[in-house]
Design a protein around this ligand. Structure first.
Ligand SMILES: *Cc1c(COP(=O)(O)O)cnc(C)c1O
Length: 254
């Protein structure tokens, strides 16, 4: 099969190169090694064919927000090597479908009930899954995540579930033009990470900090991000506002 690159598709690769450059600059500015920061492509609304452009170029870490989209693209992407994370609000009745789609890590684990349901499905099959604990650092109601004061308790509880391997924390920074307020979210996640590390909870790895998106990745990298999640800056503007993805029902685009 002959596949043509249209101009728009070429842009995907250029855009990714530009993002890697931004990451490199931010690392330099904060004395970090650019190799410490993974670029995760947030591929919501992006068709499988466009995602493949990035995968074939070697950018193989991708994530969806909705189980339905994950399912819809699964067959089209399964022959192209990649690693799949999940970064959206996960309803327990979608777990079964999610687990059919070869997801390596759920970054949005924010409640014990969800952890227990994942454990119930994974354990009988002898499977394990990586998870990040999503923390609500911005105090915005529209965003999910455990309250900062509840992180340690949730980590302790999830650590008891042997099918789940905690790898760190995830947050969505405040949507604000006030840079200091956005930075405060990232700094808070870093501080929580340090507090959890100090608790020395068995079976808990706190090495990953997933924070920073198209608009604020420099700040996140400066504050210690090890994974930045980028969509718009690579694939262009989405038709739906983010509230569509971050609402409980996820079906009211407003
Ligand atoms: C869409 C999304 C991103 C990427 O956001 P952009 O602004 O498009 O880079 C990151 N994290 C989550 C949880 C998302 O839903």
């Amino acid at each position: 099969m002959v596949e043509h690159l249209c101009v728009m598709d070429e842009h995907v690769i250029e855009n990714i190169a530009a993002i890697r450059e931004r990451i490199r600059h931010a690392c330099e500015a904060s004395g970090r090694n650019a190799g410490e920061v993974k670029l995760l492509l947030a591929v919501k609304t992006v068709p499988a064919e466009r995602i493949k452009i990035a995968l074939r170029a070697g950018y193989t870490l991708i994530a969806e927000n909705k189980v339905q989209e994950l399912k819809d693209k699964f067959d089209a992407l399964k022959e192209t090597p990649h690693t799949s994370h999940f970064i959206g609000h996960l309803q327990t009745n979608k777990i079964k479908d999610l687990l059919k789609c070869n997801v390596a890590c759920v970054q949005s684990l924010d409640r014990l009930e969800l952890a227990e349901k994942l454990q119930q499905r994974l354990a009988p099959e002898g499977k394990t899954m990586e998870v990040l604990i999503q923390v609500n650092t911005s105090n915005e109601e529209s965003k999910f995540g455990v309250h900062p004061s509840g992180v340690a308790e949730l980590v302790r509880q999830v650590a008891q579930l042997d099918a789940l391997q905690i790898k760190g924390l995830m947050t969505i920074g405040l949507f604000s033009a006030a840079a200091d307020k956005v930075r405060a979210c990232f700094r808070m996640l870093k501080n929580i990470q340090q507090e959890i590390i100090a608790l020395n909870i068995p079976q808990v790895d706190m090495s990953e900090l997933s924070m920073g998106m198209s608009g604020d990745l420099e700040m996140a990298v400066e504050e210690g991000a090890t994974i930045v999640r980028v969509g718009t800056a690579v694939f262009g503007q989405r038709i739906y506002p983010d509230s569509y993805y971050w609402n409980e029902k996820g079906n009211q685009a407003k």
